[in-house]
Design a protein. Sequence first.
Length: 469
Amino acid sequence: MLLRIFLASLVPLALAATNEQPEPGTPVANGLPPPPSPLLLVSFDGFRADYLQQFHMPNLELLYRGGVLVEQLTNVFTTKTFPNHYSLVTGLYAESHGILASRMYDAASNKTFSLGGHEKDPFWWNQAEPLWLTALDSNYSTAAAMWPGSDVAIRNRTPTHFLPYDTSVPFAERLANVSRWLKGSEQEKGAMFAALYWEEPDRTGHKFGPDNNTAMAKALKEVDDHVGLLVSELRRAGLWGLVNVLVTSDHGMAQCSAQRLIRLDDCLDPSNYTLVDLAPLTALIPTQDPDMVFSLLANCHPNMTAYKKEAIPDRLHYRNNPRVQPIILLADEGWLIIQRGDKLLTLGNHGYDNNLPSMHPFLAASGPGFRQGFRTAGLSSVDVYPLMCHLLGVPPAPNNGSLARARPLLLSGEGPADVALVACVVVGVLLLLTSVTCLFGLRKPRGSRGPVPFQRLQLEEDDDELLLD
Ligand SMILES: [Zn+2]
């Protein structure tokens, strides 16, 4: 009897340690899970994390003051638009989802990928399944406005609603569609997941460089106005406060200069290689002796690192895919690789090492699933996917992210210390239960087993189980 009293006293302790409050998708006392809240994922392309400190953005500040802010989101390599937007909605590194760059070549099929070219060929996207498709399997309706890949029939499916990519469609029009899709109608249920993409401040960052305060202030004022419009549109539609809103970006931006150009022609004749991509990250296929070509490139410039495919560092997660070329060249921050000449085509660029703070975006979120006024220094962009799946109650596909790392952002989220405490308490309870069961099993005759107490006290399924890496 004393043992039973002791065990019963452990239950409230364990529950208190989780700081339990019902959250969307979490089973509650009556056994019925509350319906999850819809989720809107918004990306402003090329929004470098420290723009938040450099420029006044009242609407964005209001959003994260009432929610959460991740000051720097460590994105995936290469720090380009397509790879990172696909990572956000799959939780995969580029080597695992197959969208490795803005320009790619697949030797087996002899296909090429380039923006404004063949980017809508599902072949390039089929190595992964984005959330707007996975959520369909939970009987949800999904939507996307211009998010990279959302107008492609990936594995023969598209989101329920989408807009074909068109740069001329203004933000307000994209937003109006998203709002309508989320709201639904008498005839059609509202979308549970929607993604919205906007091209700025990337465009201005490329054209003027991130160090141009006047140009960046103007572009970021416009972005902040768009955030204000987003909130007021969701309010107008009666969705604000009901929808979990995540505002983020794909990468940052570095200042470039005509004094920081690396000319490949200074080191080797172009007849030695076939060029696949030329950016801060250059990809090429040697046409002559590969060791000779590599040696010339490796010694070409002190601000450029050459890697043979097999020696690309593990931390970049950029090696295990046939679409990675035999040699890649990576420029130091602010340097650009060109073939010849001295023309600087862009004052700002990205695609550099994803360790660099200048390449990192941020993440702000607000809504019923998030804490209020919470701020944290960092998170990985691959963690956003399991976080979104959790909020939606959608079983995640195998991914490289971790819900445990993102959990502190959640209203009912417990930090790692709390998780450890709960685990200790639960293990203790289970050990005691086992002892009690054995004891009663020995004393009681067969067939007289009572109900097992504390059945609902179970650890959540390990969210890292699906880790690929
Ligand atoms: Zn860009």
